[in-house]
Design a protein around this ligand. Structure first.
Ligand code: 5GP
Length: 226
């Protein structure tokens, strides 16, 4: 049987790109409701291969457009409390009167595979991640371009009644103040531009020496040959 030839190393501009081992990072996007964070999150997962979205558990009722296991794992309060009390959650918080939390297992699995994880969580959860794994966390706070635009986006979510909308606006007021706790702030005045900003941050953070665990062996190999 003929042995398959190994594909030639990819060359760009005549330079072979070395694929070095690296440590996965925890990429956090937070914002007040109505800043367009969910759209940006979905775009990133669609366009980037090596990043996985962390699917949270929540006690919030499912919106008609949402799918169990895709947008959230929808749970009763009892089930959520059981998961929280048995240490199954990496972080959790109460937002708009509902519980939200990140199941720990999928995150651990993805990180072990060298994948990055994307978190769409609030500032309370972000603080907990920093406490647990600060050097692995990169956080971005997304701001809406104006309050008028933010209100418009909140109201556009037709599934929600006036009471819920009011509650969300009230929470947004407090959440807006948290921008100073984040590594980066992106203003979502234009979806493509905001996405490009977020993508650049991800690429640069991936290139950090401390995350490129394969650099040491590579550099030492070069040094040994000199
Ligand atoms: P929504 O109900 O609009 O889907 O989410 C409400 C808020 O809860 C958003 O700010 C979202 O980022 C946050 N959130 C969603 N999942 C989690 C989670 O697992 N943990 C924390 N701390 N916040 C979350």
């Amino acid at each position: 049987m003929s042995k398959k030839k190994k594909p030639a190393a990819k060359k760009k501009n005549g330079v072979r790109r070395e694929k070095l081992a690296r440590r996965g990072l925890m990429f956090v996007l937070s914002s007040p409701s109505g800043a367009g964070k969910t759209t940006l999150t979905r775009l990133l997962v669609q366009k980037e291969e090596n990043i996985e979205l962390s699917i949270s558990v929540t006690t919030r009722p499912r919106r008609p457009s949402e799918v169990e296991g895709v947008h959230y794992h929808f749970k009763s309060r009892e089930e959520f409390e059981r998961m929280r009390d048995q240490g199954e959650l990496l972080e959790w918080a109460e937002v708009h009167g509902n519980y939200y939390g990140t199941p720990a297992k999928p995150v651990e699995k993805a990180i072990a595979k060298g994948k990055d994880i994307l978190f769409d969580i609030d500032y309370q959860g972000t603080r907990q991640l920093y406490k647990k794994a600060s050097s692995d966390v990169v956080s971005i706070f997304i701001l809406p371009p104006s309050i008028a635009e933010m209100k418009k986006r909140i109201r556009r979510r037709a599934a929600e009644d006036e009471m819920t909308i009011k509650k969300r606006l009230e929470t947004a007021k407090h959440e807006l103040k948290r921008w100073g706790e984040y590594d980066y702030v992106v203003i979502n005045d234009d979806l493509d531009a905001a996405f490009a900003d977020i993508h650049s941050i991800l690429q640069a953070e991936r290139m950090k020496r401390v995350r490129r665990t394969g650099v040491e062996a590579f550099a030492k190999k070069l040094q040994a040959k000199l």
